[in-house]
Design a protein around this ligand. Structure first.
Ligand code: ATP
Length: 376
């Protein structure tokens, strides 16, 4: 089974497990002759009850910002309003939850933001939320504001916090995957990844122009402390001569001999894409390690840095964020909680926070093979 197929299989299991669990509850609760009818009736009642319970939802962005978060906020807000729910925006992620930084959101408040990068709600990392006292303060604010459920847009750290909070205070939370790294288990894409990837591709294309004009060797560092998703795809898309990712051991000897061969073949430019978390070091470090053996090359290093986080989201990210935002509100109204709403095989997937925290998404083996074949 391929890794993707395996993930998809797991995502389906999640659906099944959840439904099975509900079915089991129905059987326990009703001593009915016709278990099927009892089950159907209870499912209907319980979803009606849950629909009534949730009247006001909160939405926040947490962890690193990513282009498309605004599209997600807009979608959650409008989907909630469509379902006659009130919506409250929480500023600066969990920090705003702890400090009561709330702002009511109406349809007009999310006008004109689908095309903007960053997040209108701001984002933050909160050490206090890691403590029980911090989370208790957050819960008290939610009670005071009559907020019945939360949508958290962020990465696996944010989901970890959300899962703990939800268990401690029996509070419904669903998550949307918002991070440029694309490293979340249970979704093929995270909101912001496609935009970041295209930003890298545009930048590397420009670097290629100047590299070819001067016969230079460029090491280009891209984001990815633990994962090489941006590096792998951008490397393939820009025809990079080598792609160095944390998931695959970097053999500098092999890299040197490869570059030597290129030199003999009189290649006019060489671009090496380096994920910042590569085991051999960042782009500067690797350039330093190989430069003495490659004295015939003029070596340059470019670290793309935070430009990868900014900019107008791609059409793909906007549409996916819109789809997932609507699905998040649907899930809350169906009584689901402690799940991430992902995008798997072009369908919405429901993945428990426990799985998004426990498992890591792996690089696509077939893409690694493509990279190997095309960089000869
Ligand atoms: P990115 O992938 O962009 O870094 P992230 O959501 O993984 O996003 P983190 O900094 O790991 O970013 O987590 C965001 C916030 O989630 C933390 O600042 C903290 O408030 C909360 N959080 C993370 N882990 C925990 C935890 N174990 N307990 C409680 N809260 C947590």
């Amino acid at each position: 089974m391929t890794r993707d197929a395996h993930d998809a299989h797991d995502a389906h299991d999640v659906h099944d497990t959840h439904d099975t669990h509900d079915i089991h509850d129905a059987h326990d609760a009703h001593d009915a002759h016709d278990a099927h009818d009892a089950h159907d009736l209870l499912m209907k009642n319980s979803s009606i009850n849950k629909m009534k319970t949730i009247k006001r939802i909160g939405v926040l962005t947490s962890g690193g910002d990513a282009p498309g978060m605004n599209a997600a906020i807009r979608s959650v807000t409008r989907a909630a309003l469509f379902n006659q729910l009130e919506v409250v925006g929480i500023l600066r992620g969990y920090d705003g939850l702890i400090n009561g930084k709330f702002r009511n959101l109406k349809s007009r408040d999310v006008s004109g933001i689908i095309q903007t990068g960053g997040t209108i709600l701001k984002t933050a990392r909160s050490e206090e939320f890691r403590t029980f006292d911090g989370r208790k303060k957050a819960y008290d604010h939610l009670l005071k504001e009559n907020i019945d459920a939360l949508v958290v847009i962020g990465g696996d750290g944010s989901f970890k916090g959300a899962g703990i909070f939800s268990d401690e205070f029996d509070f419904p939370i669903v998550g949307l995957p918002g991070t440029i790294d694309n490293d979340l288990y249970g979704t093929d894409y995270t909101i912001g990844y496609d935009t970041a990837l295209n930003t890298v591709v545009q930048a590397v294309d420009k670097i290629r122009d100047t590299a070819s004009s001067h016969n230079r060797l460029f090491f280009v560092e891209v984001m990815g402390r633990d994962a090489g998703f941006i590096a792998l795809r951008s490397g393939i898309a820009t025809g990079a001569e080598a792609i160095l990712v944390p998931e695959v051991n970097t053999n500098l000897e092999q890299l040197r001999s490869y570059l030597e061969k290129g030199n003999k073949r009189k290649k006019s430019s060489n671009i090496i894409i380096v994920a910042e978390g590569d085991d051999a070091g960042g782009a500067y470090e690797i350039a330093k390690k190989v430069k003495d053996d490659l004295s015939h090359y003029e070596i340059r290093v470019t670290v793309l840095g935070h430009i990868q986080r900014g900019g107008s989201p791609s059409a793909f990210d906007r549409v996916m964020a819109s789809k997932l935002g609507v699905a998040a509100v649907d899930a809350l109204l169906e009584g689901k909680r402690s799940i991430m709403i992902g995008f798997m095989n072009r369908e919405v997937s429901h993945v428990p926070f426990s799985k998004t925290i426990k498992y890591h998404r792996h690089l696509d083996d077939s893409l690694l093979r493509v990279a190997d074949i095309l960089t000869i």
